[in-house]
Design a protein around this ligand. Structure first.
Ligand code: TRP
Length: 365
């Protein structure tokens, strides 16, 4: 147990739909960079189907379909199954045993304070108009702590909205370790440095990309879809004539450029400006039309999506291989999570049959 801490990453996603460029720039792209950095001993991505079921209990088919969909998104974004273990939450029973024990270390009052869960309860209409709050949903931060600790992850690269989950997890780790002994690893959250990447708005300017609002650009968007989405993007509604001064704030085109465009992109696609700062200055002054900015954005996004499309086409043609990746990854994750569970049970003194010490303890009373 006293081995030196290895560098272990765990991230996860709920398989409720295709991933969009908000997921990509906020998390997926960085997972690929971290994967390729060579700085980590183990990297896991957990497809959190059981967590998705906590508020989709009536639609298991949706979750089932998205297991493959999300894996295709990972692989096409550049996740390499040789370096990153992709695994499925519901197939890792150790996670649920850990959850059960952690539940004793968390109060209902503490769960009620979780701002992410609070916002989600509101959004989903739980506790309103006779719609009850499922216990599984209410307690998912505890199960997420089990996810993170089962892999002994010390690094969790996720979006800002996951901060309260990490805080909850840290509290469980401290409580567990001080009660039963140092077994669990204290995880650190790794946020994106580029704030535009942290929360990419929908193409309509609404705070979040969401399937039901139709304001997403999916990772598997075709050239035509991309064109249509960028050209209809929300900009500055008061910027009517090209000569009018325009606003940058709340203007999606610029938010997206902030997240994606590099100086090299300007040299390649829009040499009138050296960088985004110059373009913004001109826009604010007046004399720069939306279409020119949108054309740049479309080319920048297309450059990003093209290799992703190519890899997707390759994997889509070989679904049995995708299935094998999931199966192999899940088997590997089973070993890891079972090992942690054994250590947890030993620390909690509930490993009765690991040896027969219980007999001698009793005999020497
Ligand atoms: N709650 C995360 C989300 O909605 C998904 C998730 C489940 C996760 N288990 C995790 C993220 C463990 C990081 C670590 O995006």
């Amino acid at each position: 147990m006293a081995e030196t801490q290895r560098n272990i990453i765990l991230t996860g996603d709920r398989p409720t739909g295709s991933l969009h460029i908000g997921h990509y720039v906020g998390s997926l792209k960085r997972r690929v960079a971290l994967q390729d950095s060579g700085r980590f001993d183990e990297i896991y991505i957990l497809i959190a189907d059981a967590q998705a079921l906590t508020d989709n209990a009536d639609d298991p088919q949706k979750i089932r379909d998205n297991i493959i969909q999300v894996t295709l998104d990972y692989l096409s974004a550049g996740i390499d199954p040789e370096k990153t273990v992709i695994c499925i939450q519901s197939q890792l029973p150790a996670l649920y045993e850990l959850t059960a024990y952690y539940m004793n270390l968390v109060t209902t009052a503490r769960l009620e304070r979780n701002p992410t869960v609070k916002a989600e309860i509101k959004m989903r209409g739980f506790n309103e108009g006779g719609v009850g709050l499922p216990v599984g949903f209410y307690t998912y931060p505890i199960s997420q702590a089990a996810d993170i600790t089962a892999f002994k992850a010390n690094c969790v690269p996720v979006g800002e909205d996951q901060m309260p989950m990490l805080e909850q997890c840290k509290e469980i780790v401290h409580k567990f370790n001080s009660t039963y002994g140092e077994v669990l690893v204290d995880p650190q959250i790794l946020l994106n440095e580029n704030s535009a990447c942290r929360r990419l708005p929908g193409t309509d300017g609404k705070a979040k990309m969401s399937k039901s609002l139709g304001n997403c650009i999916y990772l598997n968007a075709s050239r035509e879809e991309l064109h249509q989405k960028v050209m209809s993007m929300f900009t500055d509604p008061d910027h009517i004539n090209i000569s009018d001064p325009g606003k940058i704030e709340g203007n999606c085109v610029f938010t997206y450029l902030d997240a994606f465009a590099t100086d090299e992109d300007f040299a390649e696609f829009c040499p009138d400006f050296r960088n985004l700062e110059e373009m913004k200055a001109q826009y604010m002054k007046g004399g720069l039309g939306d279409v020119k900015c949108k054309k740049l954005l479309e080319r920048v996004l297309d450059k990003e999506l093209e290799p992703i499309r190519k890899r997707r086409a390759k994997w889509e043609a070989d679904i049995p291989a995708v299935y094998e990746i999931l199966k192999k990854g899940t088997m590997k994750a089973r070993e890891t999570t079972e090992r942690t569970l054994s250590e947890v049970k030993e620390a909690m003194k509930i490993n009765y049959f690991a040896d027969d010490a219980l007999i001698s303890e009793w005999e020497h009373r």
